[in-house]
Design a binder for this molecule. Structure first.
Ligand SMILES: Nc1ncnc2c1ncn2[C@@H]1O[C@H](COP(=O)(O)OP(=O)(O)O)[C@@H](O)[C@H]1O
Ligand SMILES: NC(=O)OP(=O)(O)O
Length: 312
């Protein structure tokens, strides 16, 4: 049996700091991630890719608002679905091209994925998910007044609009994802954390929110009994006292260590916090391990040479 690795790629890795987020930039950034991922499939892992959409879904929303009165508007769940399609396309094509160049044969499928959330989730009352571009403090205050939206400082990188981000509870397309993985497909799923839906009797209904992709990735990994949840981000390892003189990078954390450092405030809510929460959720609810690292260190991290491993 092949080992299954759920690999989450950050939305900010697809549009990097200082970039406008042109399609060319997004293709180029994704292309950089393809070889390390394909190295893993070549090493015998079944890979399930998930990705963020914070910058992209915010940009779709800006387009919807700019076209107000000209074309009918889209709600936020449909904006999220759009990003699953467009980013899934960019990732699929980039992987396809690299596979051709390397002589690798593998089927790829992007699954448009709905994720059930609770309509009463406190996240609906308290928006926390940063989306779209970064603004200065002054411009953010103007936008908040003009559009009646919430703007918040995002991890020292500027100000961004924030939207509700409820907890993911259930993967609607779980069986489809499972069967594709079992049949050796490279699957792209829960893009942008999945499309948030609520149960309405027997039916599903979209709700306006953006689910955190790290939390959704933990849910996928849990639901398909993955061996690894690998969260790729901008740093090769997690640190305590991050950015301070006494910063210490960690090779391994037990669940108890991770919980203790989390409670001590070592992992900020807008950046490392959700990744640690996702790792805790996955490790606590199964037999797998979580690894947090950067794309260039993926192989080494799986060999235990770098990265931060979260274990039972
Ligand atoms: N304790 C910590 N250890 C390592 N990195 C941290 C820590 N706290 C905050 N960070 C920062 O958080 C970033 C990851 O958050 P973010 O960029 O929002 O994620 P994403 O890659 O999903 O877009 C890291 O690249 C790093 O700059
Ligand atoms: N949906 C989501 O978590 O996106 P980012 O990773 O871009 O914040």
């Amino acid at each position: 049996m092949k080992k299954v690795a759920v690999i989450a790629i950050g939305g900010n890795a697809i549009i990097q700091e200082g970039q406008r987020g042109t399609i060319e930039e997004q293709f180029e950034n994704i292309l950089q991630s393809c070889d390390p991922i394909l190295d893993l499939t070549e090493a015998g892992y079944n890979v399930v890719l998930t990705h963020g959409n914070g910058p992209q879904v915010g940009n779709v929303l800006l387009k919807v608002e700019a076209a107000n009165g000209i074309v009918p508007p889209y709600p936020l769940d449909v904006c999220g679905a759009e990003t699953q399609g467009s980013l899934g396309y960019i990732i699929q094509q980039s992987l396809y091209n690299r596979m051709k160049a390397r002589g690798i044969k593998k089927d790829i499928a992007t699954v448009v994925t709905q994720v059930v959330v609770d309509e009463k989730d406190p996240g609906f009352e308290n928006p926390t998910k940063p989306i779209g571009p970064f603004y200065t403090k002054e411009r953010a205050a103007e936008i908040a007044r003009e559009k009646k939206v919430v703007m918040t400082e995002d991890s020292g990188r500027g100000y961004r609009r924030v939207v509700p981000s409820p907890q993911p509870l259930e993967l609607v397309e779980k069986e489809a994802v499972k069967r594709l993985v079992d049949n050796d497909f490279l699957v792209i799923t829960v893009g942008g954390g999945g499309i948030p839906v609520v149960k309405d009797g027997e039916n599903l209904r979209g709700v306006e929110a953006v689910i955190d992709k790290d939390h959704a990735s933990a849910l996928v990994a849990q639901e398909i009994n993955a061996n690894y949840l690998i969260v790729l981000t901008g740093v090769p390892q997690v640190a305590i006292n991050f950015g301070k003189e006494n910063q210490e990078f960690l090779k391994e954390m037990t669940l108890a260590d991770a919980k203790r450092h989390f409670e001590e405030g070592q992992f900020p809510p807008g950046s490392m916090g959700p990744k640690i929460e996702a790792a805790i959720r996955f490790v606590e609810n199964g037999e797998g391990e979580a690894i947090i690292t950067s794309i260039d260190k993926l192989q080494e991290a799986l060999k235990g040479e770098t990265g931060t491993r979260i274990i039972k």
